[in-house]
Design a protein around this ligand. Structure first.
Ligand SMILES: Nc1ncnc2c1ncn2[C@@H]1O[C@H](COP(=O)(O)OP(=O)(O)OP(=O)(O)O)[C@@H](O)[C@H]1O
Length: 308
């Protein structure tokens, strides 16, 4: 278990992390979410010992960090956002190189490399130069590096954000397989559908503060509610302004002719919305009530429109 209490990080006068608290349960996949600049990489860099922090307490399985840094780092694997390789080496050579520099027992290297290449599905590409790998393949090679020493804790910084849908799917599948091996995964991302697929716990960081920390299941129970999606014949910015002011409306998100309405009082919304729409001079061409997902929760909690 990782416990973070009152963690503060400052750069000069700028407080990047404003006394944050969270717990990562053993064996869970912990989704650490936030917009660009929220402080995700800073938190990961602190937890993986790359940078210091100003105040607060961090423990890994009850062991204080950084007092027991060397002991703790042995249990950690880290895949940075943009892993860097020697492009002239093949995937297999690169893993042998990593084994050498990390002091892995010589007699076991060959087997471990083979095992990892198989695990990250690069066996067929092991003799190709890394320079010719796709981004997805490079991320998977980076994952193999992070997994080399059988870590108990794996930190993945935006592992899917630069990938195409196929690459993302492959990475998410690999993370799901790690869950079965009881590795605790700390996954920083802003791709909400990936979080929904693979995470057990979710923590939302916004401007250096934790907005919410909960299991995905609780979050869905508490926040997921139906959403009214309406398409108009014409741009509906004016309609959105009018609806926003109604007492039973929580939030309205509008783009061109489309509008999504989140209701404070669902029963009232079901009855009143139709009446309101009938009074407008902008005809409705589509109206549906849809079950919300994690993206909708985010839109309600923070303005995530710029990243989704
Ligand atoms: N070395 C530094 N010196 C000064 N400010 C920094 C430094 N590193 C990060 N910051 C600032 O701290 C804030 C948080 O940055 P961080 O990289 O942790 O965010 P993030 O949530 O990981 O965002 P992204 O998704 O863009 O990587 C940003 O405002 C950033 O400009």
């Amino acid at each position: 278990m990782i416990q973070v209490e009152g963690l503060v990080k400052k750069y000069g006068d700028f407080q990047v992390l404003k006394s944050i608290n969270f717990t990562v349960k053993k064996g869970s996949v912990f989704g650490f979410l936030g917009k660009n600049g929220a402080g995700k990489s800073t938190t990961m860099n602190i937890l993986t010992g790359l940078i210091n922090f100003n105040s607060g307490k961090i423990t890994f399985d009850g062991l204080n960090f950084p007092e027991n840094k060397n002991q703790i780092l042995k249990k950690i694997g880290y895949l940075p956002e943009n892993p860097v390789f020697y492009d002239y080496m093949t995937g297999e050579e690169y893993l042998h190189f990593i084994a050498g520099v990390s002091g892995f027992p010589k007699g076991s290297i060959k087997n471990r490399v083979e095992e990892l290449l198989h695990q990250v599905k690069l066996t067929d590409a092991k003799d190709r130069r890394v320079g010719g790998y796709s981004r997805g393949m490079k991320q998977r090679l980076g994952l193999a590096v992070a997994l080399f020493n059988h870590p108990q804790y794996l930190f993945l910084d935006e592992p899917t954000s630069a990938l195409d849908p196929q690459g993302r799917l492959e990475m998410v599948e690999l993370i799901t397989e790690l869950k079965d091996k009881s590795i605790t995964v700390f996954l920083s991302t802003h791709i909400l559908s990936d979080v929904e697929r693979v995470c057990d716990e979710v923590c939302i960081l916004d401007k250096g503060e934790i907005l919410l920390s909960s299991s995905l299941e609780e979050l869905q129970k508490k926040y997921i509610q139906p959403i009214f999606d309406i398409t108009f014949e014409n741009d509906c910015a004016k309609v959105a302004e009018e609806l926003k002011n109604l007492p039973w409306v929580e939030k309205v998100v509008q783009e061109k002719r489309n509008l999504s309405l989140y209701a404070k009082d669902l029963e009232k919304a079901k009855r009143e919305l139709i009446n309101q729409l009938g009074k407008l001079d902008n005809p409705v061409v589509n109206y549906q009530i849809r079950q919300g997902n994690l993206e909708d929760i985010f839109i309600r909690l923070v303005n995530y429109n710029d990243i989704i």
